[in-house]
Structure formats: C-alpha cells, structure tokens
Design a binder for this molecule. Structure first.
Ligand code: IFM
Length: 439
C-alpha cells in the first residue's frame, strides 16, 4: 500500500535535557532554575528532582542504540544551557559541549537526524538571579548562547528549535508559579512571554548570520478549545482561552501583533513593547513545531471534564486525535505565511506495569496509532506536515509530577536504570519500518 505521508517524512522520538540527563553537577554544570525549584518543599509531587533522572549523560551509547533499534529517523533533544554555559553568559564549558558532540556523532553514525532544541526550560540559575525572562537582557543572553551553540554544533545539525513551549515557561513559571522559577505575578509573566518571543527572533537572526545550512523554528504547545454549549458566555471563554494559548503566539510570530482582545483582557499587565520588538519576533522561520496532546473543553468559568469517548490519559487529558487535524488546518487557514509544520511532541502518560521483561501498554499504542492517523488526515487536508516526534523516548522527570507520570515508549526502571522497550516502542518500530519500505 502506498504511504499516506510524504516522501522523507521524519519519524522521530523526543526528550529534553533536564528530564533525562541527570549528572546535575558533573563536568562543570551549574544549577538551573529547575534544580533550585526542585528543592522547594512541596513543589514536586513526589519530592524528586532531575539529579539522576534517566542517567542518560552516563548511558549515552546504550540510549543511542535503543533509538537505532526503534529505527527512528530523527531524535529531538535539548541542550542544557547551564551545562554548556554555566553562568548563562561568557565562557563556554568545553566538557559540557563535548557531551553534545558525542551525542551528535553517535546519532549521525546511526543515521538518525539530530533535531536540537536550545531551550527546554532549564535557565541557568545565574540568569534567574538577575530577573530571568522578565528581564530584556535574558533575551540578549539567549541569542548569544544560541549563536555559540550553532557555531559549535551546527555542522551536524539541520534543524534547530529555539524555544519549547514558551506559554509554559511564562505562564506556569511566572504567573501560576507551579513550575520553575515559581513566581506568581501576571505582569512579569507577560513581560517574560514577550522577552521569550524576542529572544526567539534574535536567536534565529544570530544563528542565520553564521550562514550554515540549518532550518530554524519554535515549538508551541497548542490545543483547540471547545465549549459543550452555544451559550455566548461559554463561547466568549473559548475565544479568550484560545487567544491566551494560541493566538498570543501565532499572531505575534506570523502577523507581528498581539491579539487586541487579549491586550484588553490583560489591562495593566500588558508587557512593555519597544519599537522594533515585533521586527525581531516576526523573523521568518522555516518551520513551526506543534506539540499536541489533547483539546480543552471549557465553560464560562472553568475547564470542564470533556465527554471523552476515547478515554483519558493519566494526566487527565482527553484522547482527542481530531483536535490535531482541527488545529493544524485552522493554522493553515489563519496564517498565509505559515511555514511547514513538524509535530514536535505527541504522546501519552499511562501507569505502566512491568510484566517480566515486557510492558504491555496497549492504551499508549492505541494513542499513537490514532494520532499518527490524524497526522495523515491533516496532510490529506492539505497541511504541510513534515515530521512527527513521539513524546517521549523514555519515561522521565515529568516536572512538577516528578516520576509519577510515565510518557515513555521505553520503560525506565529508576532503581536499576534498566531500559525496557514497551509494546508501544515495538509497534512504533514496526510502523516506521513499514512506512520506510512503502516509500
Ligand atoms: O514532558 C513534557 C515536555 O517537557 C513538554 N511538553 C509536554 C510534555 C508532557 O507534559
């Protein structure tokens, strides 16, 4: 049968540095805001941290072999900023960079394309001590860091994502405070959000100036919002939530403005916007990363339990593959200058049980089948999607949930650090092989 995906479609797996690397104090790495936040009593559900995590830093070769065994065509990972630039500015740490050198070489040796993310939430604590993302200077520091990383590693990387999920960084980090750095101040949150977007654009400019053959993008956590009624108050809430999560980012990146309704909503918490800021934010990008997990159902006052005929994951997120089709087709319709899309994250947490040397995670496998099918349907609807990354390759440190949520297609026994391919990994491996052979 012929494939429903374009030729050279990328089938990948994804992780991030703080969630898997461990080795928190090795080879000159300094604390990030997550190292600090994990020490706050009650901040992490099980009181854990990423100190050891999957110990990936010390098990690189074994982990690369697992990716090869799965047959992934690409690996999306992030660089730990405090590992490679311990003070967030100034001298780079050669031992930290060496690790990513080894990672890149190991990937290329196995014919796996590296997709590098510069920032997956682990800001050097030294920069947070100066105000973090709420300060404009952090955007300048980020652009410098990006340029040095691209200079050093860009000969072996064809895809670079600047930020992963800036909504999470600003809103959960600076407004609700349930993520690092744990600040609860809406004005700061929106200032942080604005600086993250500027830093994205400045970083792309700085990296592009190197003249390397690299495609640049940003990964957003996006989700459609639905109401179960046609009540005007419920529909107004849908519009507001969509504005806060989706349009705030997509309008600024692709239209060069924040949505009017959201500026009105924010009132005096509107960020300070300087002339030229949107010139940076709208710096053209080569792809948009979409991290898709579920939809959100709301009424006028709150998030409501979705009807969920396909069930819920352990995170309480509804399994709703049609949301991916709806979201991507809508983006294509709303933004004439929308670049190609990569689904940079998609996956599900379920409570897995070890059965000898196996994990029979039927629900996760089903989730992946439904969503890879949704990707095919979105492509059939005319959207330019070029790749799909499962979140996550490994069970890992799920932020404020600690190790209580397992997203991996590879099981991690945290006591022995043994890796066990779950049935979902075996399914994905066969799926990739059959897709590759039908091209
Ligand atoms: O684990 C996270 C990841 O770091 C960012 N996107 C969502 C995932 C699941 O919550």
């Amino acid at each position: 049968m012929s494939s429903r995906y374009p030729k050279d479609f990328i089938w990948g797996v994804a992780t991030s540095a703080y969630q898997i690397e461990g080795a928190a104090a090795d080879d000159g790495r300094t604390p990030s805001i997550w190292d600090t936040f994990c020490k706050v009593p009650g901040a992490i559900f099980d009181g854990s941290s990423g100190d050891i995590a999957c110990d990936h830093y010390h098990r690189l070769e074994e982990d690369l072999d697992i990716m090869a065994r799965i047959g992934a065509s690409a690996y999306r990972f992030s660089i730990s900023w405090p590992r490679v630039q311990p003070n967030g500015k100034g001298p780079m740490n050669p031992r930290g960079l060496d690790f990513y050198d080894r990672l890149l070489d190991g990937l290329l040796k196995r014919n796996i394309a590296p997709h590098l993310t510069l920032y997956h939430w682990d800001l050097p604590q030294a920069l947070e001590d100066k105000g973090g993302w709420a300060e404009y200077d952090t955007a300048l520091r980020f652009a410098d860091y990006a340029q040095v990383v691209a200079q050093r590693l860009g000969d072996r990387v064809k895809f670079i994502v600047t930020h992963n999920e800036p909504w999470i960084v600003s809103i959960l980090g600076y407004e609700t405070g349930i993520f690092a750095p744990g600040i609860k101040d809406r004005k700061k949150a929106y200032q942080a959000s604005h600086h993250l977007l500027i830093s994205h654009g400045l970083a792309v400019q700085a990296m592009r100036a190197l003249g390397k053959n690299i495609e640049f993008g940003i990964a957003l956590n996006l989700s459609p919002f639905h109401s179960l009624t046609n009540d005007p108050a419920d529909l107004a809430k849908v519009k507001l939530e969509d504005g806060l999560l989706v349009r705030w980012y997509t309008d600024s990146l692709f239209k060069g403005e924040y949505p009017d309704d959201i500026l009105v909503h924010l009132g005096s918490d509107i960020p300070t916007i300087k002339p030229g800021d949107f010139d940076a934010i709208t710096t053209p990008i080569d792809f948009l990363g979409v991290n898709y997990y579920s939809r959100n159902v709301v009424d006028a006052n709150k998030q409501v339990p979705p009807p969920g005929s396909l069930g819920m994951t352990e995170m309480g997120w509804e399994v709703y593959p049609n949301g991916l089709v709806e979201l991507c087709t809508r983006l294509k319709q709303d933004y004439k200058n929308l670049p190609a899309i990569y689904i940079t994250e998609n996956g599900a947490a379920y409570s897995d049980k070890l059965d000898g040397e196996s994990v029979h995670d039927e629900k996760r496998t089903e989730y992946l089948k439904l969503h890879t099918d949704a990707v095919a349907n979105t492509i059939a609807a005319g959207v330019d999607i070029r790749g799909y990354f499962v979140w996550s390759l490994f069970d890992n440190f799920e932020w404020a949930f600690g190790y209580t949520m397992r997203f991996g297609i590879v099981y991690i026994d945290y006591k022995s650090q043994k890796r066990i391919l779950k049935d979902s990994a075996l399914w994905y491996s066969q799926f990739i092989a059959s897709e590759k052979s039908s091209q």
